[in-house]
Design a binder for this molecule. Structure first.
Ligand SMILES: C[S@@+](CC[C@H](N)C(=O)[O-])C[C@H]1O[C@@H](n2cnc3c(N)ncnc32)[C@H](O)[C@@H]1O
Length: 219
């Protein structure tokens, strides 16, 4: 199920910046994310992402937030997920801080957002997702879960942020792979949990990006 062509589109400049940015999201998933963010931003509430990395997907949330006059919030400790550490499949040596020897995607993220002219529309939270969620105290129009892909992290993201998602808001989960041969199962389990709670209905599926509408209050 891809978004129909009449779905809202990001500005050409934002989409070019998205395609040029470091990151893992293909264009069709990005357009589906943008469509979801546009719909959710229309609720007049902030849209929130867990997993900023270098800002590729953040650009799309920021563009949708700008159009609706709301704020995009993006949360990341910027030290990388397990699979992004040295020696692992998704490691990029360009985002290692030579002073600490640790991954630090914050500088690349800030450059990306600045170059796209979208800084004004984003609040970046640097820290661990569960800690940030524990401090959060207001409704959200969209929660996009694309942080750590272990069960521990994906579950904490779900349990930390979904209670803040308003009725009629959207839960977006990335890297949902029903077949274990295609990828890790933690995001899929979170997606299943949302559907099985009875509080969500799926409204779009584009590759591994799933968009669920909050129709009830469960978790
Ligand atoms: C797959 S990347 C995000 C990709 C990004 N959404 C994009 O499309 O370009 C996952 C990110 O989640 C962050 N992350 C992992 N676990 C986290 C946690 N518990 N709290 C905050 N950030 C976390 C990592 O640092 C990494 O940058």
């Amino acid at each position: 199920m891809s978004p129909p062509p009449e779905q809202p589109q990001p500005s050409p400049a934002t989409f070019a910046a998205f395609e040029a940015a470091k990151g893992f999201m293909p264009a069709d998933e990005g357009l589906a994310l943008y469509a979801a963010a546009s719909q959710a931003a229309g609720l007049g509430l902030p849209v929130l992402e867990v997993g900023t990395y270098c800002g590729r997907s953040t650009l799309l949330l920021a563009d949708a937030a700008r159009a609706a006059g709301v704020t995009a919030v993006t949360v990341d400790h910027h030290r990388g997920s397990e699979e992004q550490q040295p020696g692992w499949e998704y490691h990029d040596p360009e985002v290692v801080d030579p002073h600490t020897g640790l991954m630090d995607t914050l500088p690349a993220f800030r450059r990306t957002l600045h170059a796209a002219g979208l800084e004004e529309h984003v609040v970046a939270v640097v820290g661990r997702s569960p800690r940030a969620a524990a401090l959060w105290g207001r409704p959200l129009g969209l929660v996009f879960i694309d942080g750590g892909h272990t069960d521990e992290h994906a579950t904490a993201d779900y349990e930390g942020w979904v209670p803040h998602l308003t009725q009629g808001g959207l839960l977006v989960v990335h890297d949902v792979f029903p077949d274990p041969a295609d990828g890790g199962q933690a995001p899929y389990r979170v997606y299943r949990r949302a559907l099985d709670s009875g509080a969500f209905r799926e409204i779009s599926a584009t590759r591994s990006l799933r968009v669920l509408l909050r129709t009830g209050t469960g978790l």
